[in-house]
Write a protein that binds this ligand. Structure first.
Ligand SMILES: Nc1nc2c(ncn2[C@@H]2O[C@H](COP(=O)(O)OP(=O)(O)OP(=O)(O)O)[C@@H](O)[C@H]2O)c(=O)[nH]1
Ligand SMILES: [Mg+2]
Length: 381
């Protein structure tokens, strides 16, 4: 039982490349009320560390009510549990693959070398099963199998060869990931984030803004067209205050062009859009108007990895008015099947870009690693 009103002190340690990055990490994690207790320089690990500037260690604290503290302890316990589950799943996956491999010996080489589906079906079986476990759609699986029967695997293939042929096929289908690339001769680059309500647009935008600022030292401006909820403007304003970026709030698509001009000195302008249901035509028309007004250089469509394929199809259809967009998959931490990434890629043919892996700003985002993803799709994690 926790007693409301009791104060507890949360103390955390942060390590960063420089003071600016360290303070940003503190504020992102503990919020603007965090108090810095101590800072010190730390030698970097490694042989030639003396050639590089030292790391900065910051000790920061936050006072909070007892029950909030409890929530944080609970949240970190949940994270540990999640990690333990992941490790457990990986161990199971390895054991299962090993078992499958030893139980299904590939048939000995036939003198004809003929491609015979029943001879090689045992090899297909393992990988098909694992793709199914990952909720890859049946139509996609049969497409892949057909392609491989024609050009790849036959009864001469060993399990290892079969795996690498399957993986090559998946990698080629997933394509090369493309993220945001600031360009010196194209300043500012206008980037817009679209997607269903609550998918993670604002959070993802903040993660990217912080990463470009910290890691690439870019000037990042933000525009929000989400004025339907006071909380939405506050959410982005808070991030922008912490990061020290400039933000412009627009109340109608007509203000978009001027807002973009205001940020002409920035390297990147990231535009947040309101969450509007694609099922409500009137509301969705407003999104179209915002896109038309901004004429972004790049558009990113966010889809939660937890979305049912039927809904994914509707979302993709609704956003088909945009010619070129790239795909971001959010909340990948909330699902154990990654098939949605391949399924949506197959339907849209659009480039993959980022996955988001949790709620933490700015850490929980990464470029989609197609090699790693293809391995996971062929395993059964
Ligand atoms: N687990 C998990 N939660 C996430 C992730 N990304 C965002 N969230 C959470 O999802 C919720 C909604 O995030 P927002 O960024 O506000 O989503 P949005 O698309 O801007 O929402 P609207 O503006 O209302 O359409 C928040 O609680 C986020 O912390 C993620 O990768 N994993
Ligand atoms: Mg939002």
């Amino acid at each position: 039982m926790s007693v409301k009103g009791w104060i507890s002190l949360k103390i955390r340690r942060y390590i960063a490349n420089n003071m600016q990055e360290a303070l940003l990490k503190v504020k992102m994690d503990l919020g603007p009320d965090a108090v810095i207790l101590n800072t010190r320089k730390m030698k970097r690990p490694g042989m030639f560390s003396f050639l590089r500037s030292p790391l900065i260690e910051v000790l920061a604290s936050l006072e909070e009510e007892e029950n909030e503290g409890k929530e944080i302890v609970e949240a970190s316990n949940a994270k540990v549990e999640q990690l333990e589950n992941k490790v457990h799943n990986m161990e199971e996956m390895l054991a299962k693959i090993y078992k499958q491999m030893s139980e299904r010996p590939v048939e000995s080489v036939k003198s004809t070398g003929e491609k015979n589906s029943s001879d090689s079906s045992n090899i297909y079986h393992v990988f098909v099963d694992n793709m199914r476990q990952n909720d890859v759609e049946e139509s996609v699986i049969s497409d892949i199998v057909q392609a491989l029967r024609q050009k790849g695997i036959d009864n001469n293939s060993s399990m290892n060869e079969a795996f690498s042929i399957f993986q090559k096929e998946l990698i080629s289908r997933l394509g090369v990931s493309q993220g945001i690339v600031p360009e010196e001769n194209k300043k500012p680059k206008v980037i817009m984030f679209l997607g269903p309500t609550g998918v993670g647009k604002t959070t993802t935008l903040a993660k990217l803004a912080a990463n470009f600022m910290i890691k690439e030292k870019k000037k990042v401006g933000m525009i929000t067209a989400d004025t339907y909820r006071i909380a939405a403007v506050e959410q982005l304003k808070t991030y922008s205050e912490i990061m020290g970026t400039s933000i412009t709030v627009i109340y109608s698509p007509k203000e978009m062009k001027d807002a973009i001009k205001k940020h002409s000195e920035d390297d990147l302008i990231l535009i947040d859009t309101p969450g509007k249901s694609h099922k409500n035509k009137k509301h969705f028309d407003e999104i179209k108007e915002i896109v038309r007004a901004a004429e972004p250089d790049e558009t990113y469509l966010l889809i939660s990895a937890t979305t049912k394929m039927k809904d994914c199809r509707e979302i993709i259809k609704a956003y088909s008015f945009i010619d070129n967009y790239k795909l971001i998959f959010t909340k990948i931490d909330e699902t154990s099947s990654l098939g949605v990434v391949l399924n949506v890629k197959e339907i849209t043919g659009k480039p993959l870009s980022y996955v988001t892996t949790g709620q933490s700003v700015p850490d929980d985002i990464e470029m989609i690693d197609v090699e790693n993803l293809s391995k996971k799709l062929l395993g059964n994690s």
